[in-house]
Design a protein around this ligand. Structure first.
Ligand SMILES: [Zn+2]
Length: 233
């Protein structure tokens, strides 16, 4: 039996990056009870991302948390994020193809854990901060993927009533920054860099997308990388 209280609860996937942080802040704004999930998967910056997750939860007042470890993605490798022998490319080296920072079918692993947890909690929504435009072009960040995944969730859960929600998927990155600033998102606590944990590298795709987003939003990044964007980049 799903109680009224459980209905108003949502699970949020929170990596510790800027998009997932804005997504979590939206959930906190709109729902009385938010449970946050973090998945470590052997990525280069996993310790830094985990500490960002904990700090963001504390700042947003999220007390219900679940931190899990996925060993399979690292064991499988095939990505610059999980295989130390594959270098993280600089943003300028990336062409039109899906870059090597893509972790094969990663978001399906995350969503599976989130939906399992939502089912146990009685939550009816899973929020994820996937972004299609202004992103690295990963196939598991496309709207069609989430539409299809929702069909799987509907067919494969007890009540079939859990929905994956992607509030940022159609937004430009600068718009996400502006929305985050309106919501009072703690961007200072977020971590975006793919390759370094001490100091953001400023050259990976994630660092460059972040810097460009703040620049286009006309805002100062409270946790800037050492980066100078070339005009028009
Ligand atoms: Zn970086």
């Amino acid at each position: 039996m799903v109680t009224a209280n459980a209905k108003s609860r949502v699970v949020v996937l929170l990596s510790g990056g800027m998009d997932s942080c804005v997504c979590a802040a939206l959930a906190v704004r709109d729902f009385p009870a938010v449970a946050a999930l973090h998945v470590s998967y052997g990525q280069r910056t996993e310790a830094r991302e985990r500490s960002a997750f904990l700090a963001i939860c504390q700042r947003l007042g999220i007390t219900e948390t679940l931190l899990v470890r996925n060993e399979t993605l690292r064991a499988i490798g095939g990505s610059a994020l999980t295989d130390p022998t594959i270098a993280v490319p600089e943003a300028t080296q990336i062409g039109r193809e899906i870059p090597v920072t893509y972790v094969p079918f990663r978001n399906a692993h995350f969503l599976a854990v989130a939906v399992s947890w939502a089912e146990v909690l009685g939550a009816e929504k899973v929020y994820i901060g996937a972004v299609e435009q202004d992103s690295s072009g990963y196939p598991d960040c496309r709207p069609a993927y989430y539409q299809a995944f929702n069909q799987v969730v509907k067919a494969g859960t007890k009540l079939g009533n859990i929905e994956i929600v992607t509030p940022l998927i159609g937004m430009r990155k600068a718009g996400i920054v502006r929305l985050g600033l309106e919501l009072g998102v703690p961007f200072d606590l977020t971590w975006s860099c793919y390759s370094h944990e001490e100091r953001a590298c400023g050259v990976c795709d994630s660092c460059v997308l972040r810097a460009r987003a703040f620049r286009e939003a006309g805002a100062r990044d409270p946790a800037p990388a050492e980066i100078e964007l070339a005009p028009g980049s």
